[in-house]
Unconditional design. Structure first.
Length: 300
């Protein structure tokens, strides 16, 4: 596959596996696309689906996925810990090989326009594909979430980039964008106090004066009786994973709380893991070529 675009749609269903499978099947059945991974979280009530393919294949698969999610997910009945405003909440396109960011922006605009016109879902363009000043940051686009969407649509300043201005009660709205790779990375805390997680998240995220290229929020994990600091590491080279872990560890210590563990949602670039490996093992002059699998792959 000479041209590779990654697409990581997030859909607002993480509890009904049958619904998730039907949505994922749409990707499986699309030519010129390879499904890499999908995972669901019941507390977030959200599933993250990762696939790669050619421009044509990814364009077809992302629209078909959004169409199927609109058929199967009813946002009037949705609840979950993760911020969301639609059945297909976000559709980001990420350039990997043989395609530029500008081309991914054009792809995002085509998909956004088609979702708006054919599915009658309000669409907001974000990150590199943002068409309106102030919409680059997804958190700002999604402010008020699904529950506040109907009122926000009445404000001319919140007019969607594509699709109807009218509120779509079943499907909500969808954010479509183009961006570099990010790592969805969570740190779990040994406490059920959500106020502590929120306080730590405020100090960790860039918007709160914390780490560059980090978005963070506190989340309650009801099934485990603990809380987590849920993060998007927007640029793991500017802020590596270990730096976020160690800052959270230091902040948690102020509240007498320890770390219960960490988790990565979806796929992660190898470089993000190797940087953390070097830090914790104190490796000197380590090179990716020293990874056995890398050397074997290079000899193929």
């Amino acid at each position: 596959m000479e041209q590779i675009i990654q697409c990581v749609p997030n859909v607002s269903e993480g509890r009904d596996s049958k619904v998730v499978e039907k949505i994922v099947d749409v990707v499986r059945q699309t030519p010129e696309v390879k499904l890499l991974d999908y995972s669901s979280d019941a507390d977030h009530n959200r599933s993250v689906i990762t696939f790669v393919g050619t421009e044509k294949g990814v364009e077809q698969a992302s629209f078909a996925l959004c169409q199927k999610a609109a058929e199967l997910i009813d946002m009037t009945k949705h609840s979950g810990e993760h911020p969301r405003m639609g059945a297909t909440d976000v559709i980001p396109f990420i350039p990997i090989k043989g395609i530029t960011m500008d081309e991914c922006v054009e792809l995002a605009l085509r998909v956004g326009e088609k979702i708006g016109s054919e599915l009658k879902i309000p669409v907001y363009m974000y990150e590199n594909a943002a068409q309106v000043t102030g919409r680059k940051n997804l958190a700002r686009v999604r402010r008020g979430q699904y529950e506040g969407l109907e009122k926000r649509l009445q404000d001319p300043a919140h007019k969607p980039d594509f699709g109807p201005v009218e509120f779509n009660a079943q499907s909500g709205a969808t954010a479509v964008g183009a961006r570099p790779p990010l790592v969805a990375f969570n740190v779990n805390l040994n406490t059920d106090n959500l106020d502590i997680a929120n306080a730590i998240a405020r100090n960790v995220r860039h918007a709160g004066g914390g780490l560059k290229a980090v978005k963070a929020m506190g989340v309650m994990l009801e099934d485990r009786g603990i809380v987590q600091v849920s993060m998007n590491m927007v640029n793991f080279e500017e802020t590596p994973l270990y730096r976020a872990v160690e800052l959270i560890r230091a902040e948690a210590k102020r509240y007498g709380v320890s770390l219960a563990g960490t988790e990565i949602i979806g796929l992660v670039p190898q470089a993000a893991l190797l940087g953390t490996l070097e830090y914790y093992l104190g490796l000197e002059d380590f090179k990716p070529e020293q990874v056995l699998e890398n050397r074997l792959h290079g000899d193929e």
